[in-house]
Design a protein around this ligand. Structure first.
Ligand code: FES
Length: 246
């Protein structure tokens, strides 16, 4: 816990064409989160500051920002855990275009979900009985392990492959694809596997584990992507065998 009752906060201000840091002196409060700090600045120091949040309880994923160089969900990040020498530096998420100040354009992030066939495709209707899926089934356990993603894009900001290769689908889209590939009710496994095996898909991952290190929900997209790689390799070998032996 810091001794001073104020924090020196540098906040990135600007848009897609560029910008610079502005400095603010913010009163420190007990149990204060980084989102509280940004909100204080907007309400008391500069009402033109743009940022994004909704739930304030770690559910919606909209409040992610870079805090002292690390991507974090700011509504669940207490200042006293991350403040360094009584200073905070707050920037928009890495690897996404900036709209204004701390608000990023999430279009490419969600477009990649679409490219990875990240939507559930079932064929059952209300007329069908509810599918009986045992929670103990290995595929259900694999799906469950990946399912709690809140789309905060922290993994996307943490990923160096995304930075180097803008075509790469990224950890969140691939993690989503993995959870659907393990959902026995889904009917799109073949198309999805093709989508995530294409250029910029799972085979582009270098397994550096930045995504797993920073995911606020403690998911492991690297493990999900490894599962997709194995699935893609298995499908490739099966096809080779079929081509050779009919
Ligand atoms: Fe919803 Fe932070 S405001 S996760």
């Amino acid at each position: 816990m810091q001794v001073s009752d104020h924090i020196q906060v540098k906040v990135w201000r600007g848009d897609a064409s560029g910008g610079s840091f502005a400095e603010f002196d913010v009163p420190q409060q007990p149990a204060q989160t980084v989102l509280d700090v940004v909100t204080w600045i907007q309400r008391h120091a500069d009402s033109s500051l743009s940022y994004r949040f909704a739930c304030r309880v770690g559910m919606c994923g909209s409040c992610a920002m870079m805090v002292n160089g690390i991507p974090r969900w700011t509504c669940r990040t207490h200042v006293n855990k991350v403040v360094q020498d009584n200073r905070l530096t707050i920037e928009p998420l890495r690897n996404l275009p900036v709209i204004k100040d701390l608000a990023c354009d999430m279009s490419e992030f969600f477009d990649k979900w679409k490219r990875a066939e990240g939507q559930f495709s079932g064929t059952d209707t209300r007329a069908n009985a509810v599918a009986a899926i045992s929670p103990a089934e290995p595929t259900r356990r694999a799906a469950n392990a990946a399912i709690e993603c809140i789309n905060c894009a922290i993994c996307y900001a943490a990923c160096d492959v995304v930075k180097w290769n803008p075509n790469y689908l990224g950890p969140a889209a691939l993690n989503r694809a993995w959870s659907l590939q393990n959902d026995s009710r889904d009917r799109c496994h073949g198309e999805r596997l093709q989508a995530v095996s294409a250029d910029g898909g799972c085979l582009s991952c270098h397994s550096q584990q930045g995504c797993a290190s920073y995911c606020p929900n403690e998911l492991n997209p690297t493990a999900s992507i490894a599962g997709l790689k194995k699935m893609a390799a298995g499908a490739f070998m099966k096809k080779k065998y079929r081509d050779r032996h009919g």
